[in-house]
Design a protein around this ligand. Sequence first.
Ligand SMILES: [Zn+2]
Length: 592
Amino acid sequence: MKRLVLIILLFAATIFSRAEAGRIRTRQVPATLDLRERARASLNYLTRQPDRAQGMLPYFWTFFGDGPPELRHNHWDYAENPGRFLYGLIAARQVTGSLEGTNEERLFQQEIYSRMREEGNCLTWRPAYSPFSRTRNLPEMNLWDNRSQFMGLLSLYMAYEEPEVRAKLEGMIDGLEKYGIRRDKYFFFEREDIQPGHVVNPQHEPRVGQHSTGWITPLVKYYQVTGSPRALALARGLADFTVDFHKTSVRPGRTLGISNVHGALFALGGVIRAAAVTGDREHIEWARRLIDYAADNLASDFGWIQEMEGRDWMKPEDSHSTETCTIVDMLQCLLLLAENGYPQYWDLVERYVRNYFTEAQITDTGWMAGEGLREDDVLSSYTDVADRVRGCFVGWGAPNDLVDSRARVKNAIQNCCGPHGAWGLFLVWHRITTESENEIRVNLVLNKETAACRIASWVPYEGRVEVTLYRDSRLLVRVPPNEDKSKVRSLVDGKAVKTAWDGDYADFGRLSAWQAATLVYPQKQELRKETLNGIEYKVEWKGATVLSIDPPGRNVPIFQRDNFRGDSAPLKTEPDPVFRPEIDRALMEIDW
Ligand SMILES: [Zn+2]
């Protein structure tokens, strides 16, 4: 009898759990900018673009125009791009909560390990011989390359905390100490490219370059993750060197110093990170002045930023496209400033993200596909290229066009930008909210779900954002730029409440779990003119969102946003909840 009861109970339990599993709860949310969808597109690109036949070697170039589009290798693919693809992939997985790409992570890890040579401890080397390497028949250890490799392995270490990965990172730091120069309080490197048998000249005349400055961010983060005192010491020495010797990199008529704006801004981000650890407000102010200069002189209001601030070997007219890496590092600098005492920079972040940064991700690659078939060889791949690169970010874009007719390399994309763009998505997504035990701050009115709350945004159709709390907390929501505070309305569970202010944040005070706070605000429509590289653009704005740009692009025009003129957001159905704590724990949310 007991047995029969047990069987009946088991049968009932099975039926019940099947019914539960089959009933996936869903909810309707506004179908507006969702960085999770963007990161999913990045996952496609980061896992499918690289050359599996050669150990997951990424392709630096994408060419299109005549015939089928082509992926082509060059020297960056050996010891720089695998690191970028690894940190980009882990970043994209963090945003999506997806486990897609975990196999590819390990392939990138193995590719990085395969380039290590005993001579440089664990630093990685380009090979001596290759159809697409520019080395002088000798292996080359490039310090800027290795910055990416280190960041890739460090991201992996943050995600899984495997001691073997940490040992490799320690080995890379041994290599840095071997090739670096310590003088007074400073630390720096002589040059970017090191050949076997290199002997360091301790009297080398110091000159700031990205081979030195690019290491501040990875070393500060390594210190924050592991507490390594020597990583902090090297980072401080490099940051002091960057600030005090900055003038050694500045040419007449320029301000940033390092001519590649991506490299220059990455250095400034590093200086802020180091200063945030050491409490050096002067260094933060120093970096802020240069970032303001770049935002005012090299960038548009909507986030297009010039790739170069002049360059010796380049014609001036060739330096006028953007690369996404530059935009990402500007975003990084603005986010770091916003976090370190300058909340006014959230405004620029909101504008850049809603406009050029998201337009720069190529989610529809149909225009790229050309007629014809070609066979793959050791240098190039022509197989399913348009589909494989879906989710990449533009390299060489015009303010109004994904393909800049005036670019220094025509009909091409540089694939440093695809992985760095994915990392940029993470940097922004990670900071949409700032959460502590008693307080949740919503810094950007972008859709997100965390363990503490979910945010639904109707922007730019309506100036409306709703935050539903998953726990009791004080809630503050930042109102996007250029909005008239007197016209902002606050509601809690649909009932109007008086809006209290804390700077640009509407302060809802303490709310209980499952209460929903809504902010409604007007979005000013206006036409603003901007002149970029001698061309005047008329830019139509609705709040922080660009609706159109005139003249429009001629090749692959962007800002085709007539749909945003409407005042009611389309809705989409998504699983409820999107946030899955078990997946999040499996991934271990990292911090960059
Ligand atoms: Zn790039």
